[in-house]
Design a protein around this ligand. Structure first.
Ligand code: SF4
Length: 328
């Protein structure tokens, strides 16, 4: 079966006064039909910039995609014109963000914002789009749909706004939904409802989801496949069960160890020592070496690449390389 999304060797750079930040560095990943792929990592790992690059939202002059290919439906999105990309965005690929208020227009009523993609991409009449907009509000679990359609964003709660964002995103039945930390700003109960809803829509429509999160609870709940990013690079990837049961990369092991468990005391919580390296000071090395308890000489001077370590997992770490052992 063809992949819905195929990112190959993507690099996205930002040119700052201090130097070039390689926010996404040689990243490859794929999303299959009906699959939920989670990209997980701390802030600054490049996970959101990967998603923005797919959507064509990394704008110059500072930021630009410096190389690679983003295959979607047989086309390289990086080769499309702005208007061709606009025709796909919000239609075949939709995106929801952490903060719905930044995506919604504060001076347009909710109903109008739902009608817009239906009229643009689906060529619906105003009347048909209004009818469908009201149905969509109901489908995302909001009652009094007509009244909500005539409300402005500031009149709704954060949870309701995120439901509206989902309604807008699914309105044109996209093949791929990209969700960037969609529940981070919400309380736990609403978060669970939103995740349930996303899963239900995925089951009903067969769409694929690329979910960006720092939250391993969300990953465990949602993912079929997990991609772990650190300092702009993929350090480990694999099926969710294999990766949770048997994490191979010391960073993934640290992330899983730092996930709180029930009845754990605050002082028992583990946190990975050290900090993500300054993106302007990266040298050819494993970018995790300053924080890694297993660091070897080679880790400081040579960058490991992703290797198949069996069990469907791929890991970029010298621990799994014979050459590293030879260097001791
Ligand atoms: Fe640790 Fe070396 Fe593996 Fe990096 S390559 S994670 S420093 S053992």
């Amino acid at each position: 079966m063809n992949n819905v999304l195929e990112i190959e060797r993507l690099s996205t750079h930002f040119h700052t006064e201090e130097g070039v930040v390689r926010a996404v560095d040689d990243v490859s990943l794929r999303v299959r039909p009906g699959e939920i792929v989670c990209i997980v990592g701390e802030s600054g790992s490049g996970k959101s910039i990967t998603a923005m690059s797919v959507m064509g939202l990394v704008e110059g002059p500072a930021g630009r995609v410096a190389g690679g290919r983003i295959g979607f439906d047989g086309e390289d999105l990086l080769k499309l014109s702005r208007s061709e990309l606009r025709a796909i965005r919000g239609n075949e690929i939709a995106m929801i963000f952490q903060e719905p208020m930044t995506s919604l227009n504060p001076v347009l009523k909710i109903g109008e914002q739902l009608m817009e993609p239906l009229m643009t991409h689906r060529k619906m009449s105003k009347k048909a789009a209004r009818k469908r907009a009201i149905e969509l509000i109901g489908e995302v679990g909001i009652s009094r749909a007509e009244q909500i359609a005539d409300s402005y964003p500031h009149e709704l709660s954060g949870g309701m706004l995120q439901r509206i964002m989902i309604a807008i995103a699914i309105s044109c039945e996209p093949k791929l939904l990209i969700a960037d930390e969609p529940t981070t700003a919400l309380d736990v109960t609403i978060q669970a409802q939103i995740l349930d809803m996303l899963r239900r829509f995925k089951e009903e429509s067969g769409m694929s989801i690329l979910l960006i999160t720092h939250d391993l609870g969300v990953v465990a709940e949602m993912a079929d496949y997990v991609v772990v990013m650190y300092a702009g690079k993929v350090v480990e990837e694999g099926e969710v069960v294999a990766l949770f049961e048997n994490p191979q990369h010391p960073y993934t092991q640290g992330l899983l160890k730092s996930k709180p468990i029930i009845n754990q005391r605050q002082e028992e919580l583990y946190s990975i020592p050290g900090q993500v390296p300054n993106p302007l000071e990266l040298t050819p090395s494993c970018y995790f070496h300053d924080r890694c308890a297993h660091c070897m000489e080679i880790c400081r001077t040579k960058q490991p690449v992703l290797k198949d370590v069996g069990n469907g997992q791929h890991v970029a770490c010298w621990l799994y390389e014979k050459e590293a052992i030879a260097h001791g």
